[in-house]
Structure formats: structure tokens, C-alpha cells
Design a protein around this ligand. Structure first.
Ligand SMILES: [Zn+2]
Ligand SMILES: [Zn+2]
Length: 288
């Protein structure tokens, strides 16, 4: 089983990626939630070029990938589940849940630390929100995320299958919850008790600072509720809200591959994702 997964991991992940991508792309055409503000062809070409570039870079730098690290951990007896005998179902489900919590915390960190926000704002500077936004990350953020994942795997010692399940799930849910699809509101309300829905994650792509700094989850919605970062709906409504960052509205920066790769170098270091002025304005508006 493990050998099969290790040998076929790239094929498993790629086929899931293309399958879910195709479903969401068609769904967006049939039932879009918002009108796109940019040319879809140009945005998609550049976002997908970044995805291909990142995938190639990851394979080049970390050819063994996260499953390879999980296999080494198992071989060397590293990490919790390689030391403590636990039933397979428990090790699998706990590993997937703990990995998801780690990704949530990592996402909060990428907003809270100014140097990391420079990288992560490439994801937020997308001027529209659709299935391609879900995979749009600066290559350095992708590499850092992978190193963090390696560290969690070495400490946790998850079963190899748990790592594959987690990565496929994260990839699929990221495409789902970034997609520009209209779900019936009642269904959205039920689903978001368990997973992050497109309406829930869209709030995170609002141009308003206090909304950007909410709904950090990518997979399970419980972390935002548990850690106090949950925000139900955007103030300006899903159709009227502005997607992106107020200081990055120029398509030359936000849409082109060149602009995205160079974006971390723009501006003075020290800018937080937390827009202080925005917070001040809100607090003043509330009165003493
Ligand atoms: Zn974010
Ligand atoms: Zn996002």
C-alpha cells in the first residue's frame, strides 16, 4: 500500500487536481456568484503559469515531497504516531485534523508577520476570486509552507496515507472554497459548520483589513470558530464587496506573472495585513 502511494503520489495528486479543477471551472460558468472584473483569459493564463512554475520548482527542490518525509519518519521512528501505537483509523484522522490546524496557524502567521505578508499578499492581490485564486501563491511562500509541513510531519509521524489524503483534500477544498460559484444559502449555512465554503473564504479576500484578517481556514471551518477569527458575511455583500488589496489595484502588478513574482519587493518592510487605519476608523465609528 505504502509503496503504491509513494510510487504514484504525483499521478494521484495531478489527476485529483485536474478533476476538481474541471468540475469547479464548469460550475463557475453555470452558476457564477459574481461578475469578474478582469479578463478571465489573461488572469487564468498568468495564475496557471504561476501554478505550473511552483509545481516544477517544488519537485526540483523537494523531489521526495511531503510523503517522502513521512516515509523517512516512519523508517526512523520519528514523531508521535511512529512511537505511540494507535489504531490506524485514529492515526489517520488525527493526523489529517492536526495537519489542517497547522495550516490554519501558518496562514495566521503569514498575515501577522510583515515579511511573510509580503509573500502572502500575492494570493490576496488577485483582483477576482475564482478557482485559479486557490492555487495562486508566491513560490517562496510555497517553499516555506513545504518546510513547515515537513517539520509538522517529523513531529507528528503521520501514516503516509494520511499525508496524501491531507494534500489531496487541501488542494481540492482550496479550489472549491475559492471558486466563484453560487451555492444555495441554506446549503452554505449547513456546510460551513464543517468545511470552509466559497462564501466563507470570500470574506478573507475582502479589501477591508478586518475582513482580510478573518476566516483563515482552508479546509475545516472549526479553527476559525475556535480561535475567534470567524466572520460570517462581508459588510459590503458578496456581490458588492471589493476583492483584493487597496494598495495593489494595478493589473501590471496583480495579474501578470512578472508582477506577482516581484510583488514581495514593493514598499517598505513593516506593512501588516492588519490595516491599522481601517481598524481605527471602525473603532472611532463605534464611539466611546
Ligand atoms: Zn490570507
Ligand atoms: Zn484565499
Amino acid at each position: 500500500m505504502n509503496d503504491f502511494i509513494l510510487n504514484h503520489e504525483p499521478a494521484i495528486r495531478l489527476s485529483c487536481f485536474f478533476g476538481v479543477f474541471a468540475v469547479m471551472a464548469v460550475w463557475e460558468l453555470l452558476a457564477p456568484r459574481r461578475r469578474l472584473s478582469q479578463s478571465k483569459g489573461r488572469r487564468w493564463l498568468n495564475n496557471l503559469e504561476l501554478v505550473v512554475f511552483n509545481t516544477a520548482l517544488l519537485r526540483l527542490i523537494f523531489p521526495l515531497a511531503a510523503v517522502g518525509v513521512a516515509a523517512s519518519a516512519e523508517l526512523n521512528g520519528w514523531g508521535l504516531f511512529n512511537r505511540v501505537a494507535a489504531p490506524a483509523w485514529l492515526a489517520l484522522s488525527a493526523s489529517v485534523i492536526i495537519l489542517d490546524a497547522a495550516i490554519y496557524l501558518q496562514h495566521v502567521m503569514f498575515h501577522a508577520v510583515p515579511l511573510f505578508w509580503r509573500l502572502h499578499r500575492v494570493h490576496h492581490a488577485d483582483l477576482d476570486f475564482d478557482v485559479t485564486t486557490g492555487s495562486r501563491f508566491h513560490p517562496v511562500e510555497i517553499l516555506l509552507s513545504m518546510l513547515i509541513k515537513f517539520a509538522v510531519i517529523v513531529l507528528l509521524g503521520p501514516p503516509i496515507v494520511a499525508v496524501v489524503v491531507f494534500e489531496v483534500l487541501l488542494n481540492a477544498t482550496a479550489m472549491f472554497n475559492h471558486s466563484n460559484v453560487r451555492l444555495p444559502l441554506a446549503l452554505d449555512a449547513v456546510l460551513r459548520w464543517l468545511i470552509v465554503t466559497p462564501d466563507m473564504h470570500r470574506v478573507h479576500h475582502s479589501h477591508l483589513g478586518h475582513e482580510t484578517n478573518s476566516n483563515f481556514g482552508f479546509n475545516l471551518s472549526v479553527w476559525d470558530r475556535l480561535f475567534g477569527t470567524y466572520r460570517g458575511q462581508p459588510e459590503e455583500g458578496h456581490v458588492g464587496m471589493v476583492i483584493g488589496i487597496d494598495t495593489f489595484r494595478d493589473a501590471a502588478h496583480c495579474v501578470t506573472l512578472r508582477g506577482m513574482l516581484g510583488m514581495p519587493l514593493i514598499g517598505k518592510l513593516g506593512e501588516y495585513a492588519i490595516n491599522r487605519r481601517d481598524w481605527d476608523r471602525r473603532e472611532k465609528g463605534r464611539g466611546p
